[in-house]
Ligand binder design. Structure first.
Ligand SMILES: [Zn+2]
Ligand SMILES: [Zn+2]
Length: 426
């Protein structure tokens, strides 16, 4: 074996790797800008979903690219080290899981000194300390939960308390819903006197919550039943969004016709006939727009959302031609779409049809086809030469030693390293 030629081969691998890392820094800059400007928001769920679709990254790798791109936006030293080919993408990826602007400098030193494996182990140890700190904080919050309810001298009742963030969000959501209900009823009445202030409304909302809880029994219900949406919609509106007519939620809020079409696409349906004066004259039986057996066949065939690049497992049955417009409820007229993409089709102007050969065809609102898999961009010329030339032009000098860590073979003591480096280590 000619060791000299193998050394040269090894050097070439190392040098090209440094070029690729430097180019990856540029790629991440582009991804960050594309995400910030919403370039993927053309029917895709996220920047990662778009990346996966457009350049063929595996979904997990695409999410990591977006995450690292974001992290580097606030970590200039790590970003620069990647751009100069000094740290590999693998190291930067690991370090950005824990680095903050305060700890960036120390972690950069770890990346420079250690191998990729050292970096992985330090980051794992670091996260353990972070998680312990988080768990301590969340346990502290949970332990400090309290609600004091006590009568004042004049007989009014005083409330004071502290809730964990999730329970607090639940309470605020419930208060907002109760306030909405009360406020809407108030608007319907003749205005007399000053409208109640926000804090007065909050007090009224809490009273309504208490009444409602006692009236309905204290039963949070199964997750699927907790939130139900009832839409009242005129048959004409359902068939043609341009028709005037009503399309309102149970609480009186109006929704766009596209929304009621989406909600009706795959739902339980009760048909009521109204006399011209608004009186209900006939109520039909509740039926599913898509019967259970057909739904099973549909999910078996589609295996998740059919929108290009999506593939979310759970979805709704979409009528390609709406049933209210005479579209049949048959497998060929149905397609599974996730909630996000069902909205895209009904409310954002995306179009979907089935071609004679059975293939689905999606179009953006501007009429552009959205292929299931976009054709790859053609690479013209030798990519290695192109990278080298570009980096030369930027004055970036990379060689076979650029990514070599400073490690000299000493044993890594992760526990000691974390104790020294992590600000929260005890
Ligand atoms: Zn639909
Ligand atoms: Zn989808």
């Amino acid at each position: 074996m000619d060791t000299r030629s193998l050394d040269r081969l090894g050097d070439e691998i190392a040098e090209l790797s440094a070029h690729l890392d430097a180019a990856t820094a540029r790629l991440l800059d582009l991804i960050r800008e594309f995400d910030a400007r919403g370039g993927w928001n053309t029917g895709f769920r996220s920047c990662a979903a778009w990346l996966s679709w457009r350049v063929g990254l595996a979904p997990g790798a695409a999410r990591e690219h977006v995450r690292v791109a974001h992290a580097l936006g606030t970590l200039p030293r790590l970003a620069q080290a990647l751009a100069r080919g000094e740290l590999s993408y693998a190291k930067v990826r690991a370090l950005t899981r824990v680095a903050t602007p305060e700890t960036e400098e120390r972690l950069l030193a770890v990346g420079r000194a250690g191998t990729a494996e050292h970096v992985e182990r330090i980051v794992r140890g670091w996260r353990r300390v972070d998680r312990q700190a988080e768990a301590r904080e969340s346990a502290r919050q949970h332990a400090s939960r309290a609600l004091h309810v006590y009568p004042d001298a004049d007989g009014t009742v005083i409330l004071r308390g502290r809730l964990t963030p999730d329970v607090g969000a639940l309470l605020m959501q419930a208060l907002a819903a109760a306030r909405e209900t009360l406020y809407q009823q108030d608007r319907a009445k003749e205005p007399e006197g000053d409208p109640p202030t926000m804090v007065q409304q909050q007090a009224d909302a809490l009273a309504l919550l208490a009444e409602t809880a006692l009236h309905h029994g204290i039963d949070p219900g199964a997750p699927g039943e907790r939130y139900q949406v009832v839409v009242h919609v005129d048959a004409d509106v359902l068939a043609d969004a341009d028709q005037p007519g009503q399309s309102v939620l149970e609480d009186g809020a109006r929704v766009p016709a596209g929304t009621s079409q989406r909600l009706a696409c795959d739902a339980s349906r009760v048909v009521m006939r109204h006399a011209p004066d608004g009186q209900v004259v006939e109520v039909g039986a509740r039926t599913r727009t898509i019967p259970p057996a057909l739904r099973r066949a549909l999910h078996h065939r589609d295996r998740g959302c059919r929108f290009p690049g999506c593939g979310v497992r759970f979805g709704q049955g979409h009528h390609i031609r709406h049933w209210a417009q005479g579209g049949p409820t048959t497998l060929s007229n149905l397609a599974v779409l996730c909630r996000r993409h069902h909205r895209a089709v009904h409310e954002e102007g995306y179009q979907l049809d089935r071609q004679p050969n059975g293939e689905l065809r999606f179009r953006r609102p501007d009429g552009q086809l959205l292929p299931e898999v976009p054709p790859p961009r053609e690479v013209r010329g030798d990519p290695v030469k192109i990278l080298r030339a570009q980096h030369d032009a930027e004055g970036l000098v990379l060689n076979a030693r650029t990514t070599t860590p400073g490690w000299l073979g000493e044993r890594l003591n992760v526990g000691w390293a974390i104790d020294v480096l992590h600000p929260l280590a005890r």
